[in-house]
Design a protein around this ligand. Structure first.
Ligand SMILES: [Fe+2]
Ligand SMILES: [Fe+2]
Length: 201
């Protein structure tokens, strides 16, 4: 696992700032609610890709498995939310995913390449944040977040492999472009705390 995490740290443009970790620890109920939304959204994105790219069996298999795993994660977060007496509710989405998707090209195959690169970045960042939070969490949450690391690291690699396959070769240039945007979204002050937000003052 240490090796997979190192790979993710090498891939991402920066570490999560301490201010965000402090925000998360001070807003754990909100973090859990947003985390549940993220898992649900991850499953739904994978399913919608399965509707659009019906002729790509590698994508269909990887996205089908990923959607099942994300829904399982959703159930696990929901169980913790219920156990803690937190009420699950709607939240305004973070600027993060929309900020990344703004750079996605509109026509295929460029669109597919970019959506896969964005997917890889989101999975990598989730993995990095779970790891960053784990030392500060209570035992139950620390154990749960450590257990998520492994699957999110695999999702990162699956998305990257699908991006390279769709591109017919390396995607370094696209990664560099999206990573530059990601760095801003992670480091620049944000107005609302979310799982993928920037630091909130
Ligand atoms: Fe997940
Ligand atoms: Fe994932």
């Amino acid at each position: 696992m240490a090796q997979a995490l190192q790979e993710i740290h090498d891939f991402l443009p920066c570490a999560t700032p301490q201010q965000w970790i402090d925000n998360a620890l001070a807003n754990q109920d909100l973090m859990l609610i947003d985390h549940a939304h993220c898992e649900k959204k991850a499953a739904s994105t994978a399913l919608s890709l399965m509707y659009r790219y019906v002729d790509n069996s590698d994508l269909l298999n990887k996205m089908s498995r990923l959607a099942r795993e994300e829904l399982r994660h959703f159930e696990q977060v929901l169980a913790i939310i219920d156990k803690r007496g937190v009420s699950y509710c709607h939240l305004t989405p973070a600027r993060y995913a929309a900020g990344l998707r703004a750079g996605v090209r509109t026509d295929d195959p460029g669109r597919l390449v970019d959506v896969m690169v964005v997917g890889a970045i989101i999975e990598a960042r989730s993995c990095e944040r779970f790891a960053a939070l784990t030392p500060f969490l209570d035992e139950e949450l620390a154990e749960f977040y450590s257990s998520l690391l492994k699957s999110e690291a695999r999702h990162y690699r699956d998305y990257l492999a699908l991006a390279e396959q769709a591109n017919g070769g390396p995607v370094d240039e696209r990664v560099a472009e999206f990573i530059a945007t990601e760095k801003q979204l992670i480091l620049e002050p944000d107005s609302e705390f979310r799982f993928h937000s920037g630091p909130v003052a």
